[in-house]
Write a protein that binds this ligand. Structure first.
Ligand SMILES: [Zn+2]
Length: 191
C-alpha cells in the first residue's frame, strides 16, 4: 500500500535570533505574524530583510518564531546568484556554512556562517512514521507525480516531530524540477 503526503515548496527565507532582529529592526520592534505555516507554531512574518552576498543581494521574508542561531535558507540557484557556496544541510546544521550580510531598516548583521540550501525532508509524526514504516533520520526516496515532469527524488531525510501532518518540504529548484503545484503529492519509496 502506498504512503502519500502533500509536497510544500519553501521559497528562500531567513530565521533570526531575537538579538539579530533587534539589531536589524531596532530594540522596540516586533516580529508580526502574516500567515501561520503548516508546522505548528511557525509563521511567515510581515517583516523582510536584505541578504547581501558577494555578487548580489535579495530581499527575503523572515519566518518566526526566533531561533537560537540566525539562518538563511536559499535554493542552489539563489546561492549562485548571491555568489555564495551554500552547502546542502538540514535546518540548524550550520557549522561551516556560507557567510553573508543581513541589512534591516535599523542596522546590519554580519553572519560568519548560516547560509544553507535546505536538504529535502519529510516531516512526519511518530504515529504516522510507524504506519509508513520509517525512522527518524532515515533516507527515503519520494516520487512526485505531475503533468509533464514527474520526478523521483532520492536523499529525502525523515524528520519525526509532532508539529504537523506528514509533509515533504522542497526548495524552489526542486519544486520547479518536478513541476510541483500547491496540490502536489509525494509517494514514499523505501530504499
Ligand atoms: Zn521543513
Amino acid at each position: 500500500m502506498s504512503y502519500t503526503f502533500p509536497v510544500e515548496t519553501s521559497a528562500r527565507h531567513v530565521h533570526l535570533t531575537a538579538e539579530d532582529f533587534a539589531t536589524l529592526f531596532g530594540a522596540d520592534a516586533q516580529l508580526t505574524v502574516k500567515k501561520e505555516l503548516s508546522i505548528k507554531g511557525q509563521f511567515a512574518s510581515n517583516e523582510k530583510i536584505t541578504v547581501v552576498g558577494p555578487k548580489s543581494q535579495t530581499t527575503m521574508s523572515i519566518l518566526g518564531p526566533f531561533r537560537s542561531k540566525s539562518q538563511v535558507e536559499v535554493s542552489a540557484t539563489d546561492a549562485r546568484s548571491l555568489g555564495l557556496k551554500a552547502p546542502v544541510r538540514l535546518s540548524g546544521d550550520l557549522a561551516g556554512s556560507a557567510p553573508c550580510k543581513l541589512v534591516g531598516p535599523a542596522g546590519e548583521v554580519e553572519l560568519n556562517e548560516g547560509v544553507i540550501v535546505a536538504k529535502r525532508h519529510l516531516h512526519i509524526s511518530a504515529a504516522e512514521a510507524e504506519k509508513a514504516n520509517v525512522a527518524n533520520g532515515e533516507v527515503i526516496m519520494v516520487k512526485i507525480s505531475s503533468a509533464d515532469r514527474s520526478l523521483i527524488f532520492d536523499d529525502v531525510e525523515v524528520r519525526i516531530g509532532e508539529g504537523c501532518d506528514a509533509t515533504m518540504h522542497v526548495d524552489t529548484d526542486e519544486s520547479n524540477a518536478a513541476g510541483c503545484t500547491p496540490a502536489s503529492v509525494g509517494e514514499l519509496i523505501k530504499k
